[in-house]
Design a protein. Structure first.
Length: 68
């Protein structure tokens, strides 16, 4: 499970950076704490499928894109 959490975090960070969004800006879009975004990106949190979908929507990518 740790490996997929790291992969999700890496993909999320890459997409977020490509879209020139800060962790804080993404956190505000999702109405979550910036630390939560940081923890997901570092692989320390395992978000629910619903949260992964919300992240994907906020980043305008598919959930599959974040998980591949």
């Amino acid at each position: 499970m740790q490996e997929i959490s790291k992969k999700l975090g890496e993909n999320m960070k890459k997409v977020r950076a490509k879209k020139k969004l800060s962790q804080g800006a993404l956190a505000r879009l999702l109405e979550v704490d910036k630390g939560y975004i940081s923890n997901i990106e570092s692989g320390n949190k395992n978000p629910t499928l619903a949260t992964i979908q919300r992240l994907a929507n906020a980043l305008s990518v598919s959930a599959d894109e974040l998980l591949k």
